[in-house]
Design a protein around this ligand. Sequence first.
Ligand SMILES: Cc1cc2nc3c(=O)[nH]c(=O)nc-3n(C[C@H](O)[C@H](O)[C@H](O)COP(=O)(O)OP(=O)(O)OC[C@H]3O[C@@H](n4cnc5c(N)ncnc54)[C@H](O)[C@@H]3O)c2cc1C
Length: 436
Amino acid sequence: MLKTDTLIIGAGLAGLTAAKTLEGKRDYLVAERAEHPGGLASTVKKGGFLFDYSGHLLHLRWPKTSKLILNALAGNCARIKRDARVYSHKCWTPFPFQANLSGLPARVKSECVSAFLAAYKKNLNAALPAARPETFTAWTRRVFGAGISKHFMLPYNAKLWQYPLERLTTEWCAPFVPVPSPKEVVEGAYGGKSGSLGYNTVFSYPQRGGIGALSTAMARGLGGLRLGLEVESVNLAKGVANVKHFGPVHFKRLINTSPLNQFINCAEDAPAAVKRAAAALRHNTVYVLNLGIKGVKSGMHWGYFPGADFPFYRAGIASNFSARLAPRGCASFYIEIATDGRGLDLASAEAAVISGLKACRLIKSAGQIVERMWLKIPCAYVVYNRERAQALPVISNWLKEKKAFSIGRYGAWKYSFMEESVKEGLEAAEKILHGH
Ligand SMILES: Cc1cc2nc3c(=O)[nH]c(=O)nc-3n(C[C@H](O)[C@H](O)[C@H](O)COP(=O)(O)OP(=O)(O)OC[C@H]3O[C@@H](n4cnc5c(N)ncnc54)[C@H](O)[C@@H]3O)c2cc1C
């Protein structure tokens, strides 16, 4: 029987950072079910191409974690100015849609601008809506007006979330959906000015090895990292986890980074109310089609596709972040299709992707494609709904009582980014070191 002070479930960036912080100071074991570390921040090789689990760009905003990440990368990182676009009404416009209406047909442009200004005026004098939490549909119409909602916000988000938008809540919107001022909307439509808004106008990315280079660097020298170990059940009261093909592991402290709903489902001593709360949590699934393509001219980093005639919500060209992701003369594409968890017919999806890429003029023919690889992210975006808001306090109160941490994008069940997982891994380990 194995004993450890701290058991960490999962070696994604959250688990790796927790382990790195405990290394040499406290006995720990990281159980990772995959045969490689990194979780979603991993890179796979096929042919001469390196493919990430869709675009994984570093948005560094906090000094301590930025330093930790940049130190791990040891110079293997470039800062890049975003070139993101939107394809709608048969034209390309810069992202974000709402601040860059200039290139759209005149009818669409005036519909968007006039409705935005009317909504803005109405909001100036209105009290905040009484209905709480406000739904995404109501929020976008109230903030952006009917035009921008109809032409971008509603169709794009319906494709991404795969969940009724009139039941989606809005706590996630603040960092991810930029709200321009009236001046920015008008200038972006008629003033020939491009509005460069949002949390990711500049991003960082490794120049060698894809985003997996970060996880590989973080995993280096971790004595307690064990790959190919899947935690099947835990009992927090007894301090024991059952690991597949391995047996029981006894622990004093636990850091979970696996999806919260699965973790609670396998927690033997979780009360019925906690199990019920976890069972109410919802997420979507994302299928990423990675393509190696020759003869591509576009310098774009990624594009958003609100149109129902495109099966994907986003497509990016990763070799425009780092040329080393593709052989000379080729580009490395990632194309993201979301489902509500249902399977996808990969052959017909691929055919629809190719005709979409031709329609928006990113490629001329299927003959340019020299490599392909599907990657599946079963739990990709956690759904923000009323049930989530009610469930999380029930679950976290029980975990707090048991002195267990559940962190990271899926452990904490939120829409977060890599640096946030690193931050949470660091903070959980520091609390353990300080005896909290
Ligand atoms: C489509 C998409 C695009 C994204 N783009 C960006 C981006 O551009 N920039 C950005 O900063 N972030 C991005 N993110 C978010 C980013 O991927 C995550 O925030 C971060 O990688 C999560 O790290 P984590 O350690 O919290 O979780 P994970 O990476 O999910 O790691 C959890 C680990 O736990 C392991 N595990 C699960 N269950 C068990 C078990 N029972 N036993 C043992 N091990 C287990 C898994 O195998 C996995 O390795 C994106 C996410 C998605 C879905």
